[in-house]
Design a protein around this ligand. Structure first.
Ligand code: NAD
Ligand code: TYD
Length: 366
């Protein structure tokens, strides 16, 4: 099948971190028309979409993906050629404290979206049915935890550890089942940890940048030896477009940055970037590092083998971790107003109470 060129695209979760980066990519780089469905939970922020809120190529719909009548109305009004599904509850620590929202949005919400997509797809003329695509954005966390060696491939069995990853695994299974059972043209991507502009400051990298700037402790779980494979969000959204337009339906593609780092290394890299860009004066930023009680069920290591995507669809990450972190730290330094738009919300109070309950394990050794 030749490459597809969908122009009317329905994005879910487009007011979140990856979603807003994706919306900008679709509009700025491809000139696409985007209908953006988002419930605006604590993690959704219209300030992340400021540049396109008045753009006629972008329509925002405040809709919960569990609301089937509202989804049906959007499908009828927009008549999309493709769906990129990102809406989710996405933070592991929150899923440990209150898993119910994760099951509701990630499993039940994905089911509702698939049902409404199937209803709409069944009504399309044959040629449009053939080229329609539904891409579900998932995580490498569905594969569980790695030891010191090896990488996740698309053949790695699912073995999720947290309520978050278990709910994403459920969503992935539904997408594949809808392809096998109903022929709905679904694809699944499983990516590693993303970072970059517009990420909510509850995830490791933005939390560390903003805490450091505020002179607050930098809470590293356990000994900081857990490893993540970091993917710059701009590389990720390019990969999503590649899979959507060139991937084989029913297939899964892993997306990774090939940039493994121990958490402690990530935090010290951020501290060193900050020393260069905004010197602290009162001692170095890494004096703020505080080792805290570990996350229950904390997966030791994630690492993605993205060979299938590279070989079959010719995608490669472009941004090195060092360049991506430098850009990300600068972005947070230059976007005070966006940072304030997140710090006023319910999220900040959750983050603060979460961390105030985590007593430091031991003072940092200088
Ligand atoms: P995010 O938390 O920043 O954004 C999620 C968005 O979904 C928010 O705008 C929120 O308002 C919206 N949302 C939540 N529940 C909703 C509902 N019921 N109906 C409609 N909208 C709803 O998340 P993110 O980091 O941008 O992640 C996007 C997707 O990528 C998620 O599916 C996540 O599981 C996946 N993913 C993220 C990462 C990562 O490192 N951030 C890694 C792998 C996979
Ligand atoms: P996170 O950004 O929550 O992503 P995920 O759990 O989905 O990988 O965390 C990344 C890593 O950083 C993970 O190993 C947990 C660790 N971590 C900390 O050490 N301190 C923190 O304050 C946070 C939020 C995460």
């Amino acid at each position: 099948m030749p490459d597809l060129h969908p122009q009317r695209i329905l994005v879910t979760g487009g007011a979140g971190f990856i979603g807003s980066n994706l919306v900008y990519f679709l509009i700025d780089e491809l000139g696409a028309e985007v209908a953006n469905i988002d419930k605006l939970t604590y993690a959704g922020n219209l300030a992340s979409l400021e540049r396109v809120m008045q753009n006629p190529r972008h329509q925002f719909h405040r809709v919960d993906i569990c609301d089937r009548p509202a989804l049906r109305a959007v499908f009828e009004a927009v008549r999309p050629e493709a769906v990129l599904h990102l809406a989710a509850e996405s933070h592991v620590d929150r899923s440990i404290e209150s898993p119910g929202d994760f099951i509701q949005t990630n499993v039940v919400g994905t089911f509702c979206l698939l049902e409404e997509t199937r209803h709409y797809w069944a009504s399309l003329p044959a040629a449009e049915k053939e080229t329609f695509r539904f891409l579900g954005v998932s995580t490498d966390e569905v594969y569980g935890s790695l030891g010191p060696t090896g990488k996740f491939t698309e053949q790695t069995p699912y073995d999720p550890s947290s309520p978050y990853s278990a709910s994403k695994a459920g969503a992935d299974h539904l997408l594949r089942a809808y392809h096998r059972t109903y022929g709905l043209p679904t694809l699944v991507t499983n990516c590693s940890n993303n970072y970059g502009p517009y990420q909510f400051p509850e995830k490791l990298i933005p939390l560390m940048i903003l805490n450091a700037l505020a002179g607050k402790p930098l809470p590293v779980y356990g000994k900081g030896e857990n490893v993540r494979d970091w993917l710059y969000v701009g590389d990720h959204v390019r990969a999503l477009w590649t899979v959507l337009t060139r991937g084989a339906v029913g297939e899964t593609y892993n997306i990774g940055g090939n940039e493994e780092r121990k958490n402690l290394e990530v935090v010290t890299t951020i501290c060193h970037e900050l020393e260069t860009l905004r010197p602290r004066g009162a001692g170095s930023y890494d004096a703020l590092i505080t080792f805290v009680k570990d996350r229950p069920g904390h997966d030791f290591r994630y690492a993605i083998d993205a060979g299938k995507l590279e070989r079959e669809l010719e995608w490669k990450p472009k941004r090195s971790f060092e360049a991506g972190i430098r850009e990300t730290v600068s972005w947070y330094l230059q976007n005070d107003e966006w940072v304030r738009s997140t710090t006023n919300s319910e999220c900040r109070s959750w983050t603060e109470s979460h961390y105030s309950n985590r007593a430091p394990l031991a003072p940092r050794l200088e």
